[in-house]
Design a protein around this ligand. Structure first.
Ligand SMILES: Cc1ncc(C[n+]2csc(CCOP(=O)(O)OP(=O)(O)O)c2C)c(N)n1
Ligand SMILES: [Mg+2]
Length: 912
């Protein structure tokens, strides 16, 4: 049901006249149609404007509940029992935080967030959230700081023990099985599903998750029609661009399977969210403007009788004109103050509440603490399915509610983690738990948790409700309902065969690989290509026609390029997610697809291809979230390399995404040079996530990883995999010998190249043999991150097991097979190869060339000279390594500097 929101609250002084106007409108619609009615209404509004009759903008409505009292549904629950359950949960949540901080001072946790939102969750748990015991139910994104309340409920349900609660925020002992501070699937993989605590990531992830569920439905991959996505967020959190930045997409995509619940306690961490304004009104306007169904739950039931008396609109006016800073104050002050300041100035208002005591005035509740109002809002939101509009519930609450004077509405409340004995006793009284909690235990500084016995009416009720709704939540499972098969070996044949004489880029190679994967008759439909409006830049527009772009409404127009072979084709069951210019949105889509194996039991394989510069640095926090949520998929960093993307300049040329990638443990970062390397890495990645290399299937690797693979746009012939070589295996482990040293020269050297720098390395090797009597071996270093991590693990084992035979890291073993100085060159910062510094064997010189500094526009040739990563600089570096080893004299190095026209006095590119 959609409600008008405010008309019910305006005084109707002449119902007969009103009816005449309405009848006239009906008559116009009947006689002349909607268009005519629309015309007349806009004429009327125009005239009203001209006559000075102010009219609220249609994006905002007065400061009252959207659902009028008379439209509230019957509440099917048992008020009394639910209140008791809520009290127990409130109690346990608070005690959990208090005890944790007593046990370990400063360990932290939050009391006030859940205290303000307990009813928002409990109404969901008892009546709306669908569990996933038999089939996938709802997906609920809990506000991170409300975690104590969610644990407290799990304790009541018997899913957690008192000992678990005692280990809140103490995760290291007990085999790492304490309770995580916030929702972290990485730490509690059987419990939490969605990491939300970094503000803004929950809402955007939930939104794209709801969209991805529709994608699965429209592509006939899963029946998601009965699953809703609920996202609980704080009002302060809505200031994050990610929170609201994508809401118009939800309306455009008709995501009526999506419900946001904003806990409007008017406060954030430091103080009021909008002291001088009204956050609920502001959010209403934003969401309504974006096409959402907005349900405001501002006032509790006891306000209804006051509003009913408000014939001349004074109360409404007062509600409208009071700013949040004042409302917060009313939550703190006594009834006397409220009588004087809110009702007092206007005698009609004062009269309206003359029958209420100060205490009654103070306890006039906010809508977000009124169970019946919330039930009405949630019911309307869930019945909204089919309307085509997402819903946001804006629930007004008091931060710290029920925790007592020191907490409620106080500016410092977010940070308070401790309670005095008196405060605990007061809470016990407020929650009517004197019978459950012995006073002497509180006095003895040892307040217990409370769990009703299995045969208690509360426990029975609680469990029955969850059973009826499909089981407990949150619960994370990874059981595949619809397993995915692996791609056939033939899928990778084209990449393995190389490109002959044809010059192609690794990006083009990848596009072909992607097409082959999509064509796989078994698993092809599981591939999700994601692009943020850069398909043409990457040469991926050829896929638009073949795979088609996902568009929930199909294609309502004939595209401008319809006559072309490769036209822009949209379809309801299109495969490509063409996200438009939103890296954050694309990343959220990636996460939705990359976690479908867990959220739906339907493994999907996302390939999100983006401008590498606009990856980790742009959406770094989402990448971290992807690691937390155990995403499985591929991030493809196209137009990689500080010098390879010529012409685009400083904000485009990426030389550091691999450094950023190196900071995320779950990321497998690769910088491949050749198409077959890309395909070998992708193949191994899929096997690791879903095949025999996965720990889940008897392998020895953690499947919950995602790959970051750079792609370049420079063309050259792609070599074929040499028969019998270890190239593919080597590309996956991070380093392999690509070309042996030429026969003849007397001095030896080793060059490690990554990505596009293979060209400089190969040219340098040829010159070194021809001019300097140096035989250089070429190695492709595809992943310094992988090499470093293996080496660190070996190092640690050795350190902790000094009596065992000491192992040698892989990278050291491999480099021991080489000779002479080692030079590493890539189109990325020197820090990338430097990851293996410490593991270079036998004190051999290790010279690293890289593109430190800020990019600029010019030709590749000029840029490579500028950043000192071209063939000439590789030659000079090899020779300087040999000089260090005493194999040659300085004159040879100077000769090379002169030969390549390198200016030794040129400014350091890092500093320019
Ligand atoms: C990106 C990010 N920035 C800052 C924080 C620190 N932080 C945690 S809670 C909080 C205030 C939250 O206020 P609100 O969203 O209104 O939630 P409430 O607790 O009031 O329900 C802040 C600033 C964070 N978790 N994430
Ligand atoms: Mg808040």
């Amino acid at each position: 049901m959609i409600f008008d929101g405010y008309v019910h609250q305006l005084p109707d002084i002449d119902p007969t006249e009103t009816q005449e106007w309405l009848d006239s409108l009906d008559a116009v619609v009947d006689a002349h149609g909607k268009q005519r009615a629309r015309f007349l209404l806009s004429q009327l509004l125009g005239r009203a404007n001209a006559d000075g009759v102010s009219f609220p903008a249609t994006v905002s409505t007065p400061y009252v509940n959207t659902i009028p009292r008379e439209s509230e549904p019957w509440f099917p629950g048992d008020d009394h029992i639910e209140r008791r359950i809520r009290a127990f949960i409130r109690w346990n949540a608070a005690m959990m935080v208090v005890k944790a901080n007593k046990h370990a001072d400063g360990i932290g946790g939050h009391l006030s967030t859940f205290a303000s939102s307990a009813s928002l969750y409990e109404i969901g748990f008892n009546h709306f959230f669908r569990g996933s015991d038999d089939k996938p139910g709802d997906h609920v994104y809990f506000q991170g700081h409300a975690a104590p309340g969610i644990y407290a409920r799990a304790f009541l349900e018997g899913r957690l023990t008192a000992d678990d609660l005692d280990h809140f925020r103490q995760e290291i002992g007990r085999n790492g099985r304490g309770l995580s501070s916030y929702p972290h699937p990485r730490l509690m993989p059987d419990f939490w599903e969605f990491p939300t605590v970094s503000m803004g990531l929950g809402p955007i992830s939930a939104l794209y998750h709801a969209r991805f569920n529709r994608y699965l439905q429209n592509r006939h991959l899963d029946d998601t029609s009965e699953s809703r996505v609920w996202a609980f967020l704080g009002d302060g959190e809505t200031d994050e661009p990610e929170s609201l930045g994508a809401i118009s997409l939800a309306a455009r995509e008709h995501l009526d399977n999506l419900i946001f619940v904003v806990n409007c306690n008017l406060q954030r961490l430091d103080g009021p969210v909008r002291g001088n304004g009204k956050v609920i009104q502001e959010l209403e306007a934003v969401f309504r403007g974006a096409g959402w169904n907005v349900i405001k739950v501002i006032w509790g039931s006891r306000w209804d009788e006051l509003l009913a008396q408000d014939k001349d609109g004074v109360l409404l006016n007062k509600m409208n004109s009071t700013v949040d800073g004042e409302y917060q104050r009313y939550a703190v002050e006594n009834g006397d103050y409220i009588r004087d300041n809110f009702f007092g100035p206007d005698p009609r208002l004062r009269q309206m509440v003359s029958h209420l005591s100060d205490d009654e005035l103070r306890n006039l509740p906010r809508g977000g603490h009124d169970y019946h109002k919330l039930y009405a809002a949630y019911k309307a939101a869930t019945e909204n399915l089919g309307s085509g509009r997402p819903t946001v519930i804006l629930a007004k609450t008091v931060k710290g509610w029920t925790l007592g004077e020191g907490f409620e509405g106080r500016n410092a409340t977010h940070q308070i983690k401790k309670m005095t004995k008196k405060q605990i006793l007061d809470l016990r009284e407020r929650l009517h738990m004197q019978d459950e909690i012995p006073e002497d235990l509180i006095e003895a500084d040892n307040p217990p948790y409370y769990r009703p016995a299995h045969d208690s009416i509360e426990y029975q009720y609680l469990m029955e409700r969850r059973k009826a709704l499909g089981g407990s939540i949150p619960k994370r499972t990874t059981k595949a309902r619809r397993p995915m098969s692996l791609p056939t070996d033939e899928t990778f044949d084209e990449m393995r065969a190389g490109s002959g004489d044809q010059a192609v880029s690794t990006t083009m190679g990848f596009t072909r690989l992607l097409r082959s994967l999509c064509r796989d008759p078994e698993m092809g439909t599981r591939v999700v290509p994601i692009i943020p409006d850069e398909g043409r830049t990457f040469g991926m527009d050829s896929l638009f026609k073949e795979l088609e772009i996902y568009a929930s409404q199909g294609q309502l127009y004939e595209p401008v390029d319809h006559a072309l072979l490769l036209s822009y084709s949209e379809d309801t069951d299109g495969q490509i997610l063409e996200e438009g210019i939103t890296e954050a949105g694309s990343m959220a889509s990636f996460i939705a697809a990359a976690t479908s194996y867990a959220t739906r039991g339907v493994p999907m394989l996302p390939f999100y291809t983006f401008y590498s510069m606009f990856g980790f640095q742009r959406v770094g926090d989402l990448a971290w979230q992807a690691a937390d949520i155990r995403a499985r998929g591929f991030l493809m960093g196209a137009t990689a390399g500080r010098t390879t993307l010529l012409g685009e300049g400083l904000q485009h040329q990426d030389g550091h995404s691999l450094v950023l990638a190196s900071t995320i443990p779950a990321v497998q970062a690769y910088d491949p040079a050749f198409a077959f390397e890309v395909s070998a890495i992708v193949k191994a990645g899929i096997e690791r996530m879903y095949g025999s290399r996965s720990r889940e299937n008897g392998g020895d690797l953690d499947p919950d990883v995602f790959y970051y693979i750079t792609l370049y746009n420079e063309n050259y012939p792609m070599p074929a995999v040499e028969e019998g070589s270890d190239w593919e295996e080597g590309a996956v482990r991070g380093l392999y010998r690509f070309a042996a040293a030429p026969e003849g020269p007397s001095k030896k050297a080793t060059i490690l190249f990554s990505g596009i720098a293979h060209q400089a390395a190969r040219d340098a090797a040829a010159d070194l043999a021809e001019h300097y009597d140096v035989a250089a071996e070429l190695w492709s270093a595809t992943s310094y991150k992988a090499l470093r991590e293996e080496a660190m693990a070996v190092e640690r084992e050795n350190r902790l097991h000094p009596s065992r035979e000491q192992q040698v890291p892989l990278v050291t073993q491999l480099l021991r097979q080489t000779d002479g100085p080692i030079v590493a060159v890539s189109d990325f910062m020197k820090q990338v190869p430097e990851q293996i510094n410490r593991f270079v064997p036998d004190g051999r010189p290790f010279v690293v060339l890289g593109t430190d500094g800020m990019g600029r526009s010019d030709t590749r040739e000029a840029l490579r000279r500028f950043f000192e990563v071209d063939a000439g600089n590789v030659v000079v570096s090899v020779l300087s390594g040999l000089l260090e080893q005493g194999r040659i004299d300085a004159g040879a190095v100077e000769d090379a500097i002169a030969r390549y026209g390198i200016d030794p006095e040129a400014p350091d590119p890092f500093l320019v």
